[in-house]
Design a protein around this ligand. Structure first.
Ligand SMILES: Nc1ncnc2c1ncn2[C@@H]1O[C@H](COP(=O)(O)OP(=O)(O)OP(=O)(O)O)[C@@H](O)[C@H]1O
Ligand SMILES: [Mg+2]
Length: 303
């Protein structure tokens, strides 16, 4: 199979945002562990590059994720490094939209990455459907727990090629009808089917990336500031899709966002992360009642 490459803006005089930020990214084998957290594009490639794996039957009741005393130290400093996550305890209910907010550097992305082993959590700390995720085959875990990043990274080829990518790796060839349905599900007009990835705006590309992730039939979506590069209309479209996925398919969505307003629009429950610790768990309409001084200050300055 030819390695995926980033879509180039053929014929365009100025480089796309993606090209500016991720020039000449080399192909990475999907199953190679990453030596470092360079940027989301590596993980984006990894996310889409999945193969079939075991499918564990979901448990009917209980939390979707249970996080017990999750601690992470940076590996950059010698002697154990600096704490990034400090004993995080969380219960993420299934079929809900969970917002994670907090100051920059508080550990939000690190926490999100621990949920599909982009960062490997210690054994006994992260459970999906009651099962320790370190015991789940990593490829099937990432198929089940899809991830979208701030900037979409499409592979070279058409929108349809991108959407078909994951299923193709497991020997499944999506029909044109199935691809069009996935595009509709991601709030993209099915007429985008044959367009080149390089012809799309960032907002359209983000929705193709969403369709490509949905093609893997995940039951959890991890979203790391997925709309921060989008205009208000695209943002609203993506938010609508998330709510629809939750309502129609029972999707569990865990979304990091810097936009308090966005969290208030879509989330069912909000976790406030400050300095690697969950300091408050509130409903979106209760955010003003936060008590932790840093959380309160963050909320006041953000709103
Ligand atoms: N691989 C790494 N090595 C060392 N330190 C790291 C590494 N990854 C993250 N950190 C540090 O961990 C802390 C939390 O980072 P993280 O990216 O999770 O924060 P964040 O809440 O997502 O921030 P932002 O809102 O800016 O995206 C930061 O201080 C960051 O510098
Ligand atoms: Mg982050």
């Amino acid at each position: 199979m030819a390695p995926p490459t980033l879509a180039a803006s053929a014929g365009s005089s100025s480089p796309s945002l993606t090209e500016l930020i991720f020039p000449a990214l080399p192909y990475l084998h999907p199953l190679l562990p990453f030596a470092s957290d360079e940027d989301g594009i590596h993980e984006q490639l990894l996310r889409a590059d999945v193969e079939s794996g075991n499918h564990d039957p979901p448990t009917a009741a209980g939390a979707k994720f249970r996080i017990n005393n999750l601690t992470k130290f940076s590996d950059s400093a010698s002697g154990g490094g600096v704490p990034i996550l400090r004993g995080v305890e969380m219960e993420i209910p299934r079929s809900q939209i969970i917002g994670i907010i907090g100051p920059s550097g508080s550990g939000k992305s690190t926490l999100l990455r621990s949920l599909n082993r982009l960062w490997e959590p210690p054994r006994g700390t992260v459970f999906l459907d009651g099962r320790d995720i370190t015991e789940i085959d990593v490829v099937s875990l990432r198929r089940k727990v899809g991830m979208l990043f701030q900037l979409p990274a499409l592979f070279q080829g058409t929108v349809a090629d991108n959407v078909r990518y994951g299923p193709k790796l497991r020997g499944e060839n999506l029909s044109e009808k199935q691809v069009r349905e996935l595009l509709s599900m991601a709030d993209l007009d099915p007429s985008f089917y044959g367009k080149k990835g390089s012809e799309l705006s960032v907002g359209q590309a983000q929705r193709v990336a969403l369709a490509r992730t949905l093609a893997n039939e995940p039951d959890v979506l991890l979203l790391d500031e997925p709309t921060s590069a989008l205009d208000p209309i695209s943002t609203q479209n993506v938010e609508d899709v998330l709510v629809k996925l939750k309502n129609d398919q029972g999707m569990t969505v865990v979304m990091v966002s810097h936009s308090i307003k966005q969290i208030q629009r879509v989330a069912d429950l909000v976790f406030l992360l400050v300095d690697g610790e969950i300091v408050e768990v509130l409903r979106p309409d209760e955010l003003a009642q936060a008590k932790h001084p840093m959380a309160l200050r963050f909320l006041q300055l953000s709103s």
